[in-house]
Write a protein that binds this ligand. Sequence first.
Ligand SMILES: [Zn+2]
Length: 449
Amino acid sequence: MLYFLRSLRRYRDIGKIPEQKEKDGHASARSLFEVILPDGRFFCGEKRMGNRFITVDPDRILGSTDMGPVFSSGLLKTDESRELYVFPGFCDVHVHFREPGFSYKETILSGSLAAAHGGYTDVCTMPNLDPVPDSPEHLKAQQEIIDRDAAVRIHPYGAITVREEGKELSDLEGMSRGVVAFSDDGKGIQSEETMRDAMLRAKALGKIIAAHCEDESLLRGGYIHDGRYAAEHGHRGISSASEFRQIERDLLLAEETECAYHVCHISAKESVEAVRRAKTRGVNVTCETAPHYLVLCEDDLKEDGRFKMNPPLRSAEDREALIEGLTDGTIDMIATDHAPHSEEEKSRGLEKSAFGITGLETAFPVLYSSLVLGGRISLERLITLMTSAPRRRFGITGDPGYTVWDLEKVYRIDPGQFLSKGKSTPFAGMEVRGSCVETVIDGKDIYRR
Ligand SMILES: [Zn+2]
């Protein structure tokens, strides 16, 4: 703790904590400090606080003056005197932890350790598992592993349709209490009738439908964006229409059914525009995009599976439209779509590799370095997009804990340092600023550098 105090440059000793009975029965007196966090380094919710006093004892943050208690409690130890920032724990509404069914790619344990390393304390897991959580029994199989192994708070999605086959609706009512929302992520729901029924039932349950939008009739075997790079290198492309046409269909259904509707991983400029127009009409819609769509585009593609995900990296123009969407509030939150695979599955080049990249451990440094330091969005906006906005929409309550970041630390992204089993990322080798020092939840260190 003293290292942490020193790193904050200024603190004053304000006395002793009254003698406390320790677990072993011995009494001990510990010093109590007030720490002055330098201007703007402490975030309460999404607000930046200036010159804030926080009261700490050698192991715990007790609260901050005139704010009331901000953190319930927690260990806070660091080992370097750097520019440290304290943020609420991040929240990701779109991750794939692969268990049960595909634990060679990721497990609840490895995924949640990766989340903690990335500064996350809440994550929502997508249901493309085996068994697919499409009934209370199947959901229970996943929940048991979560109860046993999770290091962060995990909120599972329930599948919209049985086995995510897009035909028969799952037992939405039976799963409702145990899931954060419903999604068939990985696949679009092709039938308009099925989506309408799903929305009506989700609406009755007060649950969100989170949609992976992909019209399969427009895919034509594509695997990267149908743009310049695909044309020049002889690849088959995925058109933007396969995404935005289904979003447009769903937005009309959401308007008709008044279901709370959320669009997963928006990647195309037309999708941003469709959501923008729907919001103006008052449709109950939110959407997310992911760091790779905001920072990279088809111009960055290499003949390597680590650049392959679905939806694909699109054009520079699409990327600009997404950043504009973040700025004007059309895009509500940033999710990673953390989708780990084995090394072999990602080693078969652009055409043959599996879709999906690992993302939890690079999201904040990549976004901070590119968008905040690049002058595109403020740090406050980024923190909102990664903390309070997703929690508010998805009804994720409770103390978010906090995460401490060293924003002076410059390094190159090295997948060898990931705690995720998935090492495939288009950001490998990228120089970034910002390293996670510590993540704390319920007073426990879940990650410490
Ligand atoms: Zn998806």
